[in-house]
Design a protein around this ligand. Sequence first.
Ligand SMILES: *[C@@H]1O[C@H](CO)[C@@H](O)[C@H](O)[C@H]1NC(C)=O
Ligand SMILES: *[C@@H]1O[C@H](CO)[C@@H](O)[C@H](O)[C@H]1NC(C)=O
Length: 287
Amino acid sequence: MAPQVVLITGCSAGIGLATAVCLAAEKQHEFKVYATMRNLGSKGKLEAAAGSSLNKTLFIRELDVTKQDTISSVVDEILRENGRIDVLVNNAGFSGVDAIDKRSIEWCQSLMDTNYWGVVRCTRAVLPPMKKQKSGRILNVSSVSGILGTPFYATYASSKFAVEGFSESIAAVLRDGYNIRVSIVEPGPVVTDLMTNLVTNLEEHAAGFNDDKLKEMYLAQAKNMQPIVDMVAQSTNEIAKLHLEIILSENPHLRYQTSPAMTKMVADKLKDPTTDALLDALKQYGS
Ligand SMILES: *[C@@H]1O[C@H](CO)[C@@H](O)[C@H](O)[C@H]1NC(C)=O
Ligand SMILES: *[C@@H]1O[C@H](CO)[C@@H](O)[C@H](O)[C@H]1NC(C)=O
């Protein structure tokens, strides 16, 4: 059987890197992985992790999800070389502590441009070949923040809520119309550079707050949350293995929460229609 052709965004580090390496090294099932990143200057870590897969089953390409021409050029190359594209993993994204009324609108818009519009652009780019094939898999890496509006991450949570709404809306249509299966993956905290930065440089993040009251609330919450995050945090390999499982599954689910801790938090939100428990999000951490 021909290898499954996979396009992954945001592979310079973290979940994207781990997923690319995991699929490229897979022996029982063959994959040809196009591992992309915004700037090839940061390919060192991926090259090292790819080892002997490099240029055999793993190919590194430049793709910026905010730039349509870079998306088109990688998708065109994949189609020229393989005639098909089986899987898209929408992983590229960034996060940042939100000082609520202090972040610039430009910062908020650029986060949405990457985390939400980037997903829309890449999805649109692979739909024509997937429709023609009458098959395809699209995995959107969301977050527990796609279901729970985590305090002090307003813009990040908004971007993930947007991805979830769009995904839910079109998942049934694409499955029934074209046998294209879409799945949303909702990791909780995962040990990545992105998360380490968010939970270690608290004072630095707090510098964005000119409002002393909010700053104090943010610092208290972040400090109290640290041990909880450490306790439930998953490795990028766990998420990569889940991605592999979803891609290989005959009948993938629409949604995957990656850890029992996350499933419980989400269930707690949904079991009371008033969702008033969310108003106590800060108290929960003793802030
Ligand atoms: C892999 O291919 C790229 C070009 O696509 C090339 O620049 C690089 O040197 C190759 N690396 C190895 C280890 O073959
Ligand atoms: C991912 O999100 C995009 C746009 O938000 C959507 O088109 C696509 O169907 C979603 N895929 C999955 C698997 O949820």
